[in-house]
Design a protein around this ligand. Structure first.
Ligand code: MF3
Ligand code: CO
Ligand code: CO
Length: 253
């Protein structure tokens, strides 16, 4: 057991997978507007990844039937692309995982559709900052709780909540591996961060309650989640390489 650090060669491959995932989100910028369906976003993302020689890691993962996750408004994560037409005022997280040469690159961001409310914009900026502050808490020999502590502190001070049941994860040759990276926690607690291993930092930030409701996806053991109170949820995700001096974000735009 235990986590094996990546070799330089493996880090290069991981970097490439992450580059493609990040570029997919940037590519979507010009398309994700009012009138597009989440299925169309899903197809565009898949086409882009294929052009770059990568495959969607999501399709077929525990029976998941789509290429990406598209989580609209009160959907917390793993939203299933469908014929939903995005409209002015909606917020949507698009989560892309590219698989190439045996490695996974995992990243997500929020898109604002047209004119969104000040409340929605503040939630989005809080989720982005929560992720970035979590990443900044990564130190060599640090722990997952360091990340969660900073994330939760910031979110709570802003009057929002973090989702506790779902969080970041180790990633590399395996899509989801140890350690679990919580969006709450205590400094110095949790799993040790291993230099030259990758993790994701992906806090889900809710406008109201942190309680979530789980829904089944037909034919899959993956679940999707809504906020229990129907209020908004927002999330950003990066894949980050822990190093011997700190970290390197591999999914920068
Ligand atoms: N990309 C998601 C994450 O950040 C996982 C999606 S799994 C899927 O971990 F099957 F729903 F696509
Ligand atoms: Co992830
Ligand atoms: Co993801």
């Amino acid at each position: 057991m235990g986590i094996k650090p990546l070799s330089l060669e493996e880090i290069k491959k991981m970097t490439r997978a992450c580059r493609i995932a990040a570029d997919t989100l940037t590519y979507l910028d010009k398309y994700v507007k009012a009138g597009i369906t989440t299925n169309q976003i899903d197809e565009l993302a898949n086409d882009f990844m294929l052009t770059k020689g990568a495959k969607s890691a999501c399709l077929g993962y525990h029976g998941y039937p789509k290429y990406t996750c598209t989580s609209v408004n009160e959907v917390v994560c793993h939203g299933l692309p469908d014929e939903t037409v995005l409209k002015d005022g909606d917020i949507v997280n698009v989560d892309v995982t590219a698989w190439i040469d045996g490695f996974f690159g995992d990243t997500s961001k929020m898109f604002a559709i047209g004119n969104i409310s000040d409340e929605a914009r503040d939630l989005i900026e809080t989720a982005r900052m929560a992720r970035d502050l979590g990443i900044e808490a990564i130190t060599p020999k640090g722990r997952t709780g360091d990340i969660g502590f900073e994330t939760n502190k910031y979110v709570t001070r802003k009057g929002y909540t973090t989702v506790k049941e779902i969080g970041g994860h180790g990633v590399g040759r395996i899509f989801h591996e140890e350690p679990f990276v919580p969006s709450f926690g205590k400094k110095g607690k949790g799993d040790i961060l291993v230099p030259f291993h990758c993790i994701t930092v992906e806090p889900m930030v809710n406008q109201g309650t942190d309680e979530i409701i789980e829904y089944d996806i037909k034919g899959s053991s993956i679940k999707y989640y809504h906020t229990a109170d129907g209020l908004l949820s927002a999330q950003f995700e990066h894949t980050v390489l822990v190093t011997d001096t700190g970290y390197e974000i591999l999914t920068l735009p």
